[in-house]
Design a protein. Structure first.
Length: 266
């Protein structure tokens, strides 16, 4: 293929129109943030030692970008240095939620560890949660041109079967057209990841997944993000803490004698 000029080359860049922006920071209510650190505190109180635990960040269906609550599933195994999430675990927890509540990410604690970053195990959990969340929460974020080389424009009822043997894509219209651009919807979704420590530190990332409706081309990315407090008037009451204590006792299962395969992974 020969280009006549540089402007012809530039025209090769696919058109893209941005239609919506995914969150760039993590909004959370004071209630949800306080509850997260309270869980760590209760784990130490009830189980006498600090253990890693994980939970899900929850939001109202009509405002999925704001974390309003922390959901504590039954943790499969709580070691001092290891917590993992499986796809079945998320699905099971999701099904237990009220219909107007959605999971928009996950949160976990590194307990008393001084490792204040996401670990390699966490990376696997990010991917599991991102897949689950974006399968349910997605929006149209852009329209993007699908560059087609050798597009064949045909007119309805005026072409032969052998015309379809030509070109990479045949576009059949009811009138003669000389030019055509195909733009596909890009669906996008996000998932929040928060890690906290007993000493009050926290670190966050937002994970993104975009997928082309026709091409199926998908792109995953992530960025570090700030936690932004949005007060919705709810505060953590003593009654809330009492309920949470029972949950921590029931759902966090310290395992100080892990199976060999888990020790090997640590
Ligand atoms: Zn971790």
């Amino acid at each position: 293929m020969r280009f006549r000029s540089l402007s012809d080359l530039e025209r090769q860049k696919p058109k893209e129109v941005i239609l919506a922006t995914l969150p760039q920071e993590i909004s959370i209510t004071p209630y949800a943030k306080e509850k997260a650190f309270k869980i760590s505190e209760l784990v130490r109180e009830i189980h006498d030692e600090s253990y890693e635990w994980y939970g899900f960040t929850l939001a109202d269906k009509d405002n999925p970008e704001l974390i309003t609550d922390i959901g504590l599933p039954r943790n499969a195994q709580n070691l001092q240095e290891y917590a993992t999430i499986g796809p079945e675990g998320i699905a099971e927890y999701h099904d237990s939620l009220a219909g107007d509540t959605v999971i928009n990410g996950w949160i976990h604690s590194h307990g008393a560890l001084h490792y204040m970053h996401f670990s390699h195990t966490d990376e696997e959990n990010h991917a599991t949660v991102l897949d689950f969340v974006t399968a349910r929460l997605r929006e149209t974020v852009a329209k993007k041109e699908i560059p087609i080389q050798d597009l064949r424009l045909l007119v309805k009822d005026e072409f032969e079967e052998e015309d379809l043997e030509q070109g990479s894509v045949s576009l059949i219209t009811d009138a003669v057209v000389s030019e055509s651009i195909l733009m596909e919807t890009i669906y996008g979704g996000f998932s929040y990841s928060i890690v906290i420590g007993d000493e009050g530190w926290h670190e966050q990332e937002i994970h993104y997944k975009e997928r082309g409706a026709i091409s199926g081309h998908s792109h995953v990315s992530k960025k570090s993000a700030d936690l932004v407090l949005i007060d919705n008037g709810r505060s953590l009451t003593q009654a809330d803490i009492n309920v949470l204590s029972e949950e921590v006792e029931e759902k966090i299962q310290p395992n100080t004698n892990p199976p060999t395969e888990i020790i090997e992974r640590m």
